[in-house]
Design a binder for this molecule. Sequence first.
Ligand code: SF4
Length: 446
Amino acid sequence: MAELIYDQTGRLLFTEEMRKEYTLLIPMMLPIHFELLTNIFRKHNFNVELLKTTGKSIVNEGLKNVHNDTCYPALLVIGQLIEALKSGKYDTNKVALLMSQTGGGCRASNYVHLLRKALKKNNMEHIPVVSMNVSSMEKNPGFKLTVGLSADLAVAVCYGDMLMSLSNQTRPYEIEKGETDELIAWYIKELCENGLSFAKYRKYIRQMVKDFSAIPAYRTPKVKVGIVGEIYIKYAPLGNNSLENFLQSEDVEVIVPGLLDFIMFMSDHHAADTRLFEINKKKGYLSSITESLLKRLQRMQIRAVKGSVFTPQCEFEHKKSLINGYVSEANKMGEGWLLTAEMLELIDSGVDNIICTQPFGCLPNHIVGKGMIRKIRTAHENANIVAIDYDPGATQVNQENRIRLMLAIAKKRLDKSMPNGPQDYKIPKKVSQEADNNENMGVLIQ
Ligand code: SF4
């Protein structure tokens, strides 16, 4: 067993020796992205395992280990990690836990401390908790976010966003059920074996557009619903009771904003401080550089998708510009202005139906999410937004019934736009022209 070394504050460190011998457990959030990210860590010589467990037992474990007024995402993440440690599957003398720490003013910066408290309660204090952060908050000799590792992680996030977006725009229309998911599985394997680097990024994202376009699909008009909200609840099936699956079972096309936007939002904080308050000038300069590199990756994605049957992601700057008159860019707690921007961008792109997912205990996102709905509805009378709260006691049936009410309005509007059925539906001029120009579409458009 590796020697246990503590820093001056008494925090157990993750050492170089542990890096060679220990397995780092990673809690799940986004299934496609995290599969890719896990492989990036392996490429950089970490032993990692992504936890794919699910079920009510995780909620119960969370309730036993954190106070029940803690943010719901913290409760789930800690519940999943502690349950894994208690499962007997891992040698607790050779395991460490990896958790992100945002470094902002929100409570996510304290999740690692809550996790250590839970470990202590379960007599597992000898297990190191590794914080993944870009704010120099907690350092560990065995875990460093080097430039190479960060760049590879950013590329993996972009691949994840592409796969998520293209598959969400294909799955509801595929003729042979399951083809989209098979292609995702193929890409995850292929990228993990051959493509997780910037050098191959352009080639693979272009290939993805061709391959997803080639899945035979019948693009009859369907209700489109955007999912926004707090990052964990918005993405994690464990947090939102498999919201995407539920919507797909209701014959809906789901639109989920990419993870890259959240990373750019985070990296924009210091630059915003410099612009608004003339503070953090050095950090502001560095974050502008990071942001421009990330924007480059996003622009490459947009270019790869343009001209195909798919709708590309929206540029970060455009999304940000939509908040004028709603919230200030100084609004950084939780998802901050990004949450309002995501709702506005969906409406701007013609998707009026939105689910705003809100975890219990999340004050900041109630302000920029639920708190902005009335203002958005006043400016956009077609906005069909429902805010859904997620907490340990909320019943899935109740949540789904509220969503069904929103879907009923959406379906009524869609039917009204096609009184004689789908043949009435007019393909937007831009899409039909692009379809005519694209030889690789391989799709049927009604
Ligand atoms: S954003 Fe909400 S859920 Fe996340 S740490 Fe902050 S308060 Fe908690």
